[in-house]
Design a protein around this ligand. Structure first.
Ligand code: ASP
Length: 585
């Protein structure tokens, strides 16, 4: 028997008990004839004590223990004189009578505690040591609890967990596929699934009614923000449902998971239309933990000679702004920083107009030359501006203004600590567009994937104004992050054909890419819909992590490398030959 208890469970109720513990030496220190060792395992830390007076030989051996040695120790539980009430085992210690070194350790390359001196690169290389740190360990434990709660909830609602293959045919999710060459058919490739989208839809055709899978997905994308080439989804699909059924089921799921794992009562999820989210918050994943909406001014502006506003309005642009509450005292430098922020190339605004409603009741603005004080106060009314408020106004193309003000809104929240980090904002965004027009190419592409069902009442715009067609597509947004997306799917052949037509897919393309799916739909496809949770992001938010790397046992770097295994790497010439592959360049 290696242990009678773990390092996290003993307390005063065990006083006097003989126990055996096994674990890693976190720290050993000799102090006035005594040696104290912090013994760590997954469950916690227990203090071991060795006494020179009672057993000098044993104590001397203990003094030789190095960090991260694995030992087994036997002894008696005793009450500690100086207690550490910060840990559950902090009121006791073990008076050790014998111990065995199970395995020695070299000096670890970084400190294995929450506060560590290891760079992220080093920690990724020695990930198994990093996982010994309580922070990462607890996150992985929470991840397992979330998985468990998800399974409980879905099992109770008659969902069946079904595994789907990883070696499949490329299916379109909008990203690049990872390809796996076939040895048996040289020149042919499998694709790793970007998601099991088509496979789960076919499970509905197969009559499985309710499916889920906690599944790995693969997308070969360039580094963009916080992404991983492989990531985990809770992938779900249901038959004979409308959007409301999906909202009830998966809104209920997130409430269940929050209650189970965080003991937090999440209120029922509100719904916000995509168009409203973009108009009011400049984003399809608005963070509603604070207010600060975009106010559109085109119809409200008093008449003036201010060309910047007038030209934009004449050219179909937008004049809109934010009320930075309590920021009227911003200095020139702070205002310049905000201007630089919206001028950054990916936002591309020319500048920001400011109007300050000073504490002393005066109004001051960067457009004093063009507007009277009375007119400025009138503009202020649209923002419900009070003393101490700062209005920031932009004028440009509609999409540019919205996006920039949406970003600025978040930046202001950060600068001013408007966000209560303990609060949660979880909502549905609904009625996404079915199609998007490429900004440069002008080409029509699908906004989510090509199987999303249009709103029946928008079918009339299909040929004349396709970007006006709304889809029965929805996202769940948590604290400004998309954590789920999904849709009601097309189950009628004729509508699917019309979507393919709009996407410019020729009959040959369709046959080649989706023939197997279209064929299946000939045999009775039920109305169905579903969604997928981005598990890594959800766990990150629930555990308070900063990046999704924090919640994955063995993540890749932002450049897609596994530093621990050193992958990807070149392979033997022989392996390539079998695959019929020649590496050029
Ligand atoms: N397969 C979709 C995705 O990965 C989710 C869905 O529509 O169910 O985003």
């Amino acid at each position: 028997m290696y242990r009678s208890h773990t390092c996290g469970e003993l307390n005063l109720t065990n006083n006097g008990t003989e126990v055996t513990l096994s674990g890693w030496v976190q720290k050993a220190r000799a102090l006035g004839g005594m040696t104290f060792v912090d013994l760590r395992d997954r469950y916690g830390i227990t203090q071991l004590v060795f006494n020179m007076e009672s057993d000098a030989a044993l104590c001397e051996r203990a003094n030789k223990l190095g960090r991260e040695f694995v030992i087994q120790a036997k002894g008696k539980v005793a009450e500690r004189s100086s207690k550490n009430l910060n840990i559950p085992t902090g009121e006791i210690e073990i008076l050790v009578s014998e111990f065995t070194v199970l395995s020695e350790s070299e000096t670890p390359p970084f400190i294995i505690e929450n506060e560590t001196d290891g760079s992220e690169e080093l920690r990724l290389k020695y990930r198994y040591l990093d996982i010994r740190r309580p922070k990462l360990r607890d996150t992985l434990i929470m991840r397992a609890q979330i998985n468990k709660a998800v399974r409980e909830y879905l099992d109770n609602k008659d969902f069946i967990e079904i595994e789907t293959p990883n070696l499949i045919k490329s299916t379109p999710e909008g990203a690049r596929d990872f390809l796996v060459p076939s040895r048996l058919v040289n020149g042919a490739f499998y694709a790793l699934p970007q998601s099991p989208q088509i496979l789960k839809q076919l499970l509905m055709v197969a009559g499985m009614d309710r499916y889920y899978q906690i599944v790995r997905c693969f997308r070969d994308e360039d580094f963009r923000g916080d992404r991983q080439p492989e990531f985990t989804q809770v992938d779900c699909e249901m038959s004979f449902v409308h959007q409301d059924d999906i909202f009830d089921t998966f809104g209920g799921l997130i409430q269940y998971v929050f209650k189970k794992v965080l003991n937090h009562d999440l209120p029922a999820l509100q719904r916000l239309k995509y168009d409203d989210a973009i108009r009011l918050y400049g984003s399809d994943k608005p963070d509603l933990r604070f207010d600060c909406k975009i106010v559109e001014l085109n119809a409200l502006l008093p008449k003036s000679e201010f060309g910047v506003f007038n030209t934009q309005i004449e050219n179909g642009g937008l004049v809109a702004g934010l009320n930075a509450k309590g920021c009227a005292a911003y200095t020139r430098k702070q205002l310049d920083e905000l201007t630089e922020f919206v001028k950054a190339s990916h936002r591309g605004l020319g500048g920001l107009v400011n109007i300050k409603f000073n504490e002393d009741g005066s109004v001051k603005s960067s457009i004093d030359k063009f507007f009277t004080e009375e007119q400025l106060r009138e503009i202020g009314k649209a923002f419900d501006a009070q003393k101490g408020d700062l209005l920031l106004i932009a004028a440009d193309k509609i999409s540019k203004v919205r996006k920039s003000l949406g970003d600025l809104r978040l930046d202001l929240a950060k600068r001013n600590n408007w966000i209560d980090e303990k609060s949660w904002s979880v909502l549905w965004i609904v009625d996404f567009p079915l199609f998007e027009k490429g900004e440069e190419s002008g080409e029509i592409t699908f906004a989510h994937h090509p199987f999303c069902s249009p709103h029946p009442e928008d079918l009339q715009y299909f040929d004349t104004d396709p970007t006006r067609v709304r889809a029965q597509t929805y996202d769940m947004v948590m604290n400004g992050n998309e954590i789920l997306s999904g849709s009601i799917r097309i189950h009628q052949k004729d509508i699917q054909e019309r979507v393919f037509n709009n996407l410019g897919l020729t009959p040959e393309d369709r046959e080649k890419k989706f023939g197997f799916m279209l064929n299946a739909f000939k045999y009775g496809a039920p109305p169905h819909g579903g969604c997928a949770f981005g598990m890594d992001r959800l766990v990150m938010l629930m555990s308070g992590g900063d990046t999704i790397r924090d919640v994955i046992a063995y993540p890749k770097t932002s450049g897609g490398r596994d530093l621990m295994m050193d992958a990807p790497t070149a392979v033997d010439e022989k392996q390539l030959k079998e695959l019929g592959i020649k590496v050029v360049g």
